[in-house]
Every structure is written in structure tokens, then in C-alpha cells.
Design a protein around this ligand. Structure first.
Ligand SMILES: [Zn+2]
Length: 393
């Protein structure tokens, strides 16, 4: 076997620091039957840290297990908290980069198109969105005729698409050859130096720091911190203008513009290599502590016959269920996205229900997969006369 090389910088100074075997290859794909959910293809996770650039990737990732299609349900746009966040970032980007009716915006990996539509509605711009999981029947907007959606992956065949602004949200972490991808984006822009780019993705520094192992799953084959993200962009011929965290520190944002060649780091937050190396070292013990804590709670619920529900059926949930090996005590997996109701979670085979299902179930404990939604969920439960113990993760 050849030594794997870093997908971001090609160095072979890789060190494996975290492994999980036999996990579902997808966690946002909605399956119509329990049988299909249980039989879903599985793969292994072996996270390796690159000592040269700080990049972290799953060296056992097999892209042939990917099944991105219209059955992919990644949207969070049914949450008021998320919608207000979407509006905030759109307004911020419009203001910073002067997006207006003369601007063509290209979004790579636009999902169901919520961000692009919001940007075009609030900024008056023209849009092009690419994503194999796009569903035209879900777009209801007065600006729909200003946007072209292409149901496909971005690649060299779309190098002719001309845009004045390129954005890519929650997509880079699904792409294994990150260096090639960022270079392709740079090559597509070519000499058009006014084109700004905006990337948004999960922040790995927080995952390492807090030992939140449920944020690591097969679909995410690459993991960045501010430093490693800036390095791959600088290497590809971008100047990084801004690097910051958003959404309670869960997301990492990068703004960049094309440069003539490789650029030198100049933002203080890029210098994180030593810090990340030390967080990588302590990650496993952090995870063990988290697992013990949650495992003890699960044992208590089992003993006292508590009814448990999980709120949030995304990838984090799939990852948590398989790590904790939750069984019969887990009575419901709730999601507010109606497109998920009645479908089954890959791997565990749990059926996803809407919040109304909890009225009859009356759970004693509700595990909240993303603590940012705690107040929203408390409100939804109270509206149904429910006051269970909440456990925000
Ligand atoms: Zn590297």
C-alpha cells in the first residue's frame, strides 16, 4: 500500500489519531423503508492530521459509496433560528462585496437553493446554482426567474460559467481532493480579479476542543480549521481577506479574492498549527470522556424506564446513535423538516417523525442534537404541553 498523501498540501507527514469502523456512508439520505436503511452501505473513518498544513481528512474515504441525489435532505431551513442566520449572512455578504442587480452569483453545492434565493431576493443579483440534490418544486420565490439551477456536481465542465462572486457553503467538507477543487475554483476565475469568494464549513477546532465526536461522520471526508483552510486557499492563488467563526462558533467562514500566485499568510488566526496539533493529541481522551458521560446517562434512562427522544435527525444524530448504541429506550427521532417524516435513518433504521408525534409519546428526556436550537425546541414542546428534561449537545 502506498503512503497516503495530504489532500490539501501533498505532504506525507500524516498521523492517524481517530478511528471509527463500519459507519453508514450517508447520514442525510432519506430512505423509504427500514430494510433499506439497515442495509445501507458502510465505510470506515480514519482521521489523519497533516503535520505540514494542519489539514485533517478521512484517509479511508471511498467516494464510490457516495449517493448524492434528490433524496438527500440537508436543509435546515425549517428552523426560524437558521432562517435568521441565513438572512444575516446574506446581508453581510451583499454589503461587504457590493452585490447588486449587475452581479452574477455562482453557488457551488447550493442544496435546495435557500442561500442563493435569499441572496438574490435581498441583493437583487442574478444567480447560478449547482447541486445534484436540488429540487425545483421547492423553490417558491419572486426571483426564481433570475436564477439558473443545474442539477449536477461542479467540475471542469462548468469552467465556462462566468460569475462576479462565488460562494460555496457546507460543501468543501464533502470533497476529498480539496486541493484540486480549490484550484479549479481559482482557475475558473482566471484573470477576473474582482471576483470574491465566500466559503462556509464546519469548524474542526471546536470539534477537537470539545470532543464532539458526533460531528465526525462518513459524509464529511475533510475537516478544516482557520489555518488549514487559509493555507489551501493561499496555495491555490487566493489572498485570504477574512477568516471568522459564526453560528455559535460552529461554522468557519472564509472570504478571499484571486491573487497573481501563492500568497503569504498575514492574518493572526492563520497561525494555529501548534495549537491544532495539541488538540489532535488530546482528542481521543476528550471523546472517551464524552462517551462515558453520555453512556452513563443512557444507562440511567434504561434503568428508570425513561422514554427518550432525539430532536434533529441529521448526520450528528446518526453518528450519536451508532456510537452510543441506543436501543429500545430511544422511542422517537424528531425533525421539523416535513420532507423527512416517515423516512428512515441510514444505519440505525429509526423512523423519523414530526414534533406532533411526541404529544402521545410524552418523552421524559429529549436529546437536542444542536444546542443552538434549544430555545426553539423548548417552545415547540411547551406548545404541545410537554416539559421533558432537555439535554442539549
Ligand atoms: Zn497537508
Amino acid at each position: 500500500m502506498t503512503t497516503p498523501a495530504c489532500q490539501a498540501c501533498a505532504s506525507t507527514e500524516l498521523e492517524t489519531f481517530y478511528e471509527v469502523r463500519d459507519v453508514p456512508a450517508h447520514s442525510c439520505l432519506m430512505l423509504p423503508t427500514r430494510e433499506e436503511a439497515l442495509a445501507f452501505p458502510r465505510g470506515d473513518i480514519e482521521l489523519a492530521f497533516c503535520h505540514a498544513c494542519g489539514f485533517i481528512g478521512n484517509v479511508r474515504f471511498d467516494a464510490s459509496l457516495n449517493r448524492y441525489s434528490a433524496a438527500y435532505e440537508e436543509t435546515q431551513a425549517f428552523s426560524p433560528r437558521f432562517i435568521s442566520f441565513l438572512n444575516e449572512i446574506c446581508d453581510d455578504q451583499i454589503r461587504k462585496f457590493g452585490l447588486n442587480s449587475d452581479t452574477t452569483v455562482l453557488e457551488i453545492g447550493c442544496g435546495k437553493g435557500e442561500f442563493l434565493v435569499t441572496l438574490c431576493e435581498r441583493g437583487g443579483c442574478l444567480g447560478i446554482g449547482l447541486d445534484p440534490s436540488y429540487r425545483p418544486e421547492r423553490t417558491h420565490s419572486s426571483v426564481a426567474d433570475r436564477i439558473t439551477f443545474i442539477r449536477d456536481f461542479y467540475g471542469p465542465r462548468y469552467a465556462h460559467l462566468r460569475a462576479d462572486y462565488v460562494c460555496c457553503r457546507h460543501t468543501l467538507e464533502h470533497i476529498a481532493p480539496v486541493r484540486d477543487f480549490v484550484r479549479l475554483v481559482r482557475d475558473t476565475i482566471g484573470e477576473r480579479h474582482h471576483v470574491n469568494v465566500f466559503f462556509e464549513l464546519p469548524d474542526m477546532e471546536r470539534i477537537l476542543e470539545q470532543g464532539v465526536f458526533w460531528d465526525i461522520y462518513y459524509e464529511h471526508c475533510t475537516y478544516f480549521t482557520r489555518g488549514s483552510l487559509a493555507r489551501v486557499f493561499r496555495d491555490a492563488g487566493f489572498d485570504v481577506l477574512a477568516l471568522y467563526k459564526a453560528y455559535d462558533g460552529q461554522y468557519l467562514m472564509l472570504e478571499a479574492q484571486p491573487a497573481a500566485g501563492r500568497t503569504a499568510p498575514h492574518l493572526p488566526q492563520e497561525r494555529d498549527l501548534a495549537l491544532i496539533a495539541s488538540l489532535v493529541k488530546s482528542f481521543k481522551s476528550q471523546v472517551t470522556a464524552r462517551l462515558q458521560e453520555l453512556g452513563a446517562a443512557a444507562a440511567r434512562w434504561r434503568k428508570s424506564g425513561h422514554t427518550v427522544a432525539i430532536w434533529g435527525s441529521g448526520s450528528k444524530c446518526v453518528s450519536l446513535i451508532s456510537s452510543l448504541q441506543l436501543g429500545d429506550e430511544l422511542r422517537a427521532v424528531v425533525d421539523i423538516n416535513p420532507h423527512k417524516h416517515g423516512k428512515f435513518l441510514a444505519g440505525s433504521g429509526h423512523r423519523i417523525v414530526g414534533p406532533d408525534a411526541l404529544t402521545a409519546l410524552r418523552p421524559d428526556v429529549v436529546l437536542i442534537m444542536n444546542s443552538i436550537y434549544t430555545e426553539e425546541i423548548r417552545h415547540e414542546l411547551a406548545a404541545r404541553g410537554l416539559r421533558p428534561q432537555l439535554l442539549p449537545l
